[in-house]
Design a protein around this ligand. Structure first.
Ligand code: DOR
Ligand code: ZN
Length: 344
């Protein structure tokens, strides 16, 4: 198959940042996706519906002429989040969910939740109003190996949480392990997961063999090949509990190529082509549309898009770098490499 046409896809997990960064990140994402869940880990974080509306307006100001883009907003869950904020989300036109970062888990997560059992009053409201809880599913204790942090989160935090709140609607974001895929499979339709292009296309060897490749460093970190294989299987299985979320996370070239490099892969400019590459390599390009354009909207209770995009099987070289901020550069995921798909 050399050409495929899909309903316009959506990105259910993306980081756009704020200020000058929006000049780069908003056009890149809006040219690829109709809607995107815009993550709230700004400095300071987006904690209320009012702040989310203000952030959405700053994003909208950067949408290129002639492109329709609908940013879907998310609040940042802190120890101080009021249970009353959840009804405000439910009634809001643009805010769809709340994101829980365990404190210290990743970029700008210092204000995250320190102990989930202390925020049960808010979680009760989430379950009651069926507002999705989006989870960065990693424990943060220093003594837990970085490659085990997702599994330990499932065992120690998420399993007890689901026993307490079995009707909670949740998305386990950017899953990286077979254990996370199985956790989602074992639960009902209220438990779903997003999967990034980097976790479908790469594993930890790509990051660590023959020298450290900082542009593959993201959190949760790339795992071994067997996990990559399971993620490919579930993503291409047609199971609606698994859908597209790039976790495109911009950091400047300097911030990545550093003695202490930042976590995040910038996949926005060619995200749908990267997913097409992964699905095609698995012999399942026909399953891309469900994953990219149907299942996320269905989970969030939003209408499916009506316009379409076309992808052609044609070589495309991903640029070495792009302009970012004031005179800086950003290195997109798989920079300088050739992929076989191009969006028309
Ligand atoms: O690699 C990551 N980058 N993982 C996250 O969870 C956050 C993101 C970011 O904001 O840079
Ligand atoms: Zn993220």
């Amino acid at each position: 198959m050399n050409t495929i046409t899909l309903l316009q896809p959506d990105d259910w997990h993306a980081h756009l940042r704020d200020g000058l960064a929006l000049e780069r990140t908003v056009p890149d994402l809006a040219k690829q996706f109709s809607r995107a869940i815009c993550m709230p880990n700004l400095v300071p974080p987006v904690k209320t519906v009012e702040e989310a509306e203000a952030y959405r307006s700053r994003i909208m100001a950067h949408v290129p002429e002639g492109i329709e883009f609908d940013p879907r907003m998310v609040l940042y869950f802190t120890d101080q989040t009021s249970p009353k904020e959840i009804l405000k989300i439910k009634k809001s036109e643009h805010v769809n969910a709340i994101k829980l970062y365990p404190a210290g888990a990743t970029t700008n997560s210092d204000n995250g939740v320190s102990d989930i059992s202390k925020v049960y009053a808010v979680i009760e409201q989430l379950e009651k109003y069926q507002v999705p809880l989006l989870l960065h599913g990693e424990v943060t204790h220093n003594h837990v190996d970085i490659f085990d942090r997702e599994k330990r989160f499932l065992d120690e935090v998420l399993s007890p949480l689901m026993k307490q709140f079995p009707g909670l609607k949740l998305v386990l974001e950017h899953i990286t392990t077979s254990e996370a895929a199985n956790f989602v499979l074992e639960h009902d339709r209220n438990v779903a997961a997003t999967i990034t292009p980097q976790h479908l296309l790469f594993n930890r060897n790509d990051m660590l063999v023959g020298g450290v490749k900082p542009h593959f460093y993201c959190l949760p970190i790339l795992k071994r090949q067997t996990h990559q294989q399971t993620l490919l299987e579930v993503a291409t299985s047609g199971n609606p509990k698994f859908f597209l979320g790039t976790d495109s996370a911009p950091h400047s070239k300097n911030a990545k190529e550093n003695t202490c490099g930042c976590a995040g892969c910038y996949s926005a400019p060619t995200a749908i082509e990267l997913y097409a590459q992964a699905f095609d390599q698995a012999g399942k390009i026909d399953r891309l549309e469900g994953f990219a354009s149907h299942f996320g909207a269905d989970f969030y209770g939003l209408p499916r898009n009506t316009s379409t995009i076309t992808l052609v099987k044609e070589d495309q070289i991903i640029p070495e770098s792009l302009d970012y901020l004031d005179g800086e550069k950003i290195v997109p995921l798989y920079a300088g490499k050739t992929i076989q798909w191009r969006k028309l």
